[in-house]
Design a protein around this ligand. Sequence first.
Ligand SMILES: Cc1cc2nc3c(=O)[nH]c(=O)nc-3n(C[C@H](O)[C@H](O)[C@H](O)COP(=O)(O)O)c2cc1C
Length: 158
Amino acid sequence: MVALGVGAEGQTAHNLLARPELVINLPAPAQWPAVERLAPLTGRTPVPVYKRGGFRFERDKFAAAGLRPEPSALVRPPRVAECPLQLEARAAMVRPDVSGGFLIVEAHVLRVHAGPRIVVAGSQHADPAVWSPFIYNFRHHFGLGPELGHSFRSQTPR
Ligand SMILES: Cc1cc2nc3c(=O)[nH]c(=O)nc-3n(C[C@H](O)[C@H](O)[C@H](O)COP(=O)(O)O)c2cc1C
């Protein structure tokens, strides 16, 4: 399960209320410029009031970000081909948060696509020494620092 907090006025919230399928695409830190190209865009028109002055409507966010759509196996929305980790999912629960400003989405992951480079050879595990998620750190873009250690539950200790 993946839990998301999605602005209630945006197109993503609108889409998820209309149909439950989604893909959660996890970029690598080096892809931060593409993330930032997406940041000021909304698929909602007219642009929601709270997004006015900074956001603009864009129908084709893939082209605007310089990313390629790739068909999904189990859901209708396409994946982002360039993202090393992609989760095809179905929203099992979509409900307003306590402030009313967000939707809380609980999504059931149906299929995980992990690029061969980030998988421990011969296993179904992502290699945490290779895979580094993009981290949005108080509106600044980061990756992970060096590994400090691992949990007793790791199935890929070195
Ligand atoms: C790195 C990053 C992370 C973001 N995370 C969220 C998030 O968790 N929830 C959210 O509602 N918006 C988030 N946003 C803002 C959305 O990208 C932005 O509201 C966008 O306009 C939504 O587009 P839409 O209206 O087409 O759904 C994030 C933006 C950036 C750049």
